[in-house]
Design a protein around this ligand. Structure first.
Ligand code: SF4
Ligand code: SF4
Length: 322
């Protein structure tokens, strides 16, 4: 039966700070879809998760689009396989991070101070993952994304366990890191697993980097990146991606984009990802493209790197630059 729905609702599960949700990409700031509320890491009755998932699916079938999904470009009409199989797991239960990016959504949207975020105790994801695995709910070859907080600052053994589960299920791992701490566990994932490591530097220029990150770790981060890239070359299934998040008035200019490309080249980087700071992107995405954004994008696109885009930026680039 054909109906409007989205693959995230059907096949993704997000472990966020205190809830289990279908996605983390709603266009609506007041996102209220939850498989489980007040989640604290306790093992849950899988039937409850499936029950709530089915309620949302029935709403879609009845053409009652949940408020959180209105306007979301992930909604499509097709014959969906409704079997409850998880194809993507996003783990963002921890908020501890020694970096201090000015665009960090944990601070900007979560409205918590950095001290609160760094001292907040996260629930243990290990038993939950094992339970889903044991109940055969995770599909082989699924994607596991570890966000944060900073995964190099997760409690001892947590990242190793996630990597272990990923290896027995032959999953693709996506590790998001600030890059300020070199992690042997991440190195191990890069050399032995199907793994993508993403680190945003947003600049190849020390002063600009420090303005964005609000920490003095420019040299250390690029040195760590160089090491990760060298290690990843031993494994054809792994890749290091350096992100450039365009911020208005800070790195949205030709010189910044050029210095980023130069720095990436100097450490042997092959792949970059382009993003636009999410609050700014919301303001500009339906209007004509600002000159500074167009120029910055054009320089980044003219590099001979393998380029990907975050979220709707790909569509935005296609519509505005071609
Ligand atoms: S339609 Fe969009 S907002 Fe709704 S669950 Fe899917 S991805 Fe999330
Ligand atoms: S690295 Fe991520 S979690 Fe840490 S401050 Fe930056 S955006 Fe926030």
């Amino acid at each position: 039966m054909k109906f409007k729905c989205c693959e995230y609702l059907l096949n993704e599960i997000v472990f966020s700070l205190s809830a289990v949700t279908p996605c983390c990409c709603s266009p609506n700031p007041a996102y209220e879809m939850k498989f489980l509320s007040n989640f604290n890491g306790k093992l849950f009755d899988v039937n409850k998760y499936i029950e709530q998932r089915n309620i949302y699916i029935s709403q879609f079938k009845d053409n009652i689009i949940p408020k959180s999904c209105i306007g979301c470009n992930k909604v499509e009409e097709k014959d969906w396989n409704e079997e409850p199989k998880i194809k993507r797991i996003i783990i963002t239960n921890s908020t501890k991070c020694s970096c201090n990016c000015i665009y960090c959504s944990l601070v900007n949207i979560g409205h918590q101070t950095k001290i609160e975020l760094n001292t907040r105790k996260a629930y243990d994801i290990k038993p939950v993952l094992y339970d889903l695995y044991k109940k055969n709910l995770i599909e082989e070859n699924c994607i596991i994304t570890v966000g944060g907080g900073e995964c190099a600052e997760l409690p001892q053994g947590e990242l190793d366990y996630i990597i272990y589960i990923a290896s027995i299920l032959k999953c693709r791992l996506e590790i998001l890191s600030s890059g300020m701490f070199y992690s042997k566990t991440i190195e191990n994932a890069l050399t032995t697993q199907n793994c993508i490591l993403k680190i945003s530097t947003d600049s190849g220029n020390k002063k600009t980097f420090e303005k964005i990150k609000q920490v003095k770790t420019f040299d250390r981060t690029w040195k760590n990146l160089k090491n990760y890239i060298q290690k990843s070359k031993r494994n054809k299934n792994s890749q290091v991606v350096i992100k450039y998040i365009i911020l208005p008035g800070i790195n949205d200019n030709i010189n910044e984009a050029k210095s980023f490309i130069k720095k990436c080249r100097s450490i042997g980087c092959r792949k970059i990802e382009i993003a636009i700071e999410y609050l700014y992107f919301e303001k500009i995405k339906n209007n004509s493209i600002p000159k500074s954004i167009k120029e910055t994008l054009s320089i980044l696109l003219s590099s001979n790197f393998d380029i990907s885009f975050e979220g709707q930026v790909q569509e935005y680039v296609r519509n505005n630059i071609g």
